[in-house]
Write a protein of this length. Structure first.
Length: 243
């Protein structure tokens, strides 16, 4: 992921697992041998897919717990330590702890809170889209009624779309200047990286709208120039015929 969430989550998990293992006499290599950044990213994407499908429950990853137990058991056997029922129970508890920690990192943070607001946000987005469409329609009607000639109407549209393009360019620039997302004090760091990246990506969408508006302005400007040249040529032709 561009946000670096997977790498940060892997680093945090390795630190946690190392501390768990030190209490049980396990080396850092053993406790970090069963997880990778690619695995975290894959499971996080799966969690996001399930979230948008309507599944708000935390996904279970018993394979992580099983891999942790196998790695720890293999380390004990290499050191000639016999695995008794008591030791096996301790390994099971540590593996379960590793699994729970992993599951917390590969789920959408604050998913329960986000899920409650998603229907409201969706409804608000549709309302906002309707308001924008209504305002745009009213503006076009006013332009067409006030301006009687096609060149004047086109000129007004060029000015309006130019202003919209400028607005879309200024929004992300001003956001970066006045809103310092990187200064947020959030924990864990992986969640902060994900939030900062997601927010910046949303704001950067304005650049794409600005580009679209700019292309529309260029097309209308070319149309206006072509119409102006035709009018100029027609005027010159009439003057030539008069003389």
């Amino acid at each position: 992921m561009k946000s670096g969430y997977s790498a940060q989550a892997l680093e945090n998990l390795k630190e946690n697992y190392t501390s768990y293992g030190s209490a049980g006499g396990m080396s850092s290599e053993v406790m970090t041998s069963f997880i990778t950044a690619e695995q975290i990213q894959q499971d996080l994407f799966r969690s996001i897919d399930e979230f948008y499908k309507g599944n708000r429950e935390k996904l279970q990853h018993p394979e992580v717990g099983q891999a942790a137990k196998v790695a720890m058991a293999a380390s004990l056997e290499e050191r000639g330590i016999k695995i008794t029922d008591e030791i096996d129970s301790a390994l099971e508890q540590m593996a379960q702890l590793c699994q729970t920690d992993y599951e917390n990192y590969v789920r959408i943070s604050l998913a329960s809170l986000v899920a409650a607001y998603m229907p409201k946000l969706t409804k608000l987005a549709w309302v906002a889209a309707g308001v924008v469409a209504g305002v745009t329609l009213i503006a076009l009607i006013l332009v067409l009624s006030v301006q009687r000639t096609a060149p004047a109407r086109l000129r007004w549209c060029i000015n309006a779309f130019s202003g919209a393009a400028l607005f879309c360019v200024l929004v992300p620039i001003l956001f970066r200047i006045f809103v310092k997302m990187e200064n947020l004090r959030l924990s864990p760091a992986s969640f902060k990286n994900l939030l900062v990246s997601y927010t910046n990506s949303m704001v950067n969408v304005f650049f794409y709208f600005g580009l679209i508006y700019a292309l529309v302005v260029v097309a209308m400007a070319l149309a206006w120039r072509a119409a102006f040249n035709r009018s100029k040529q027609a005027y010159q032709a009439r003057k030539a015929m008069e003389y």
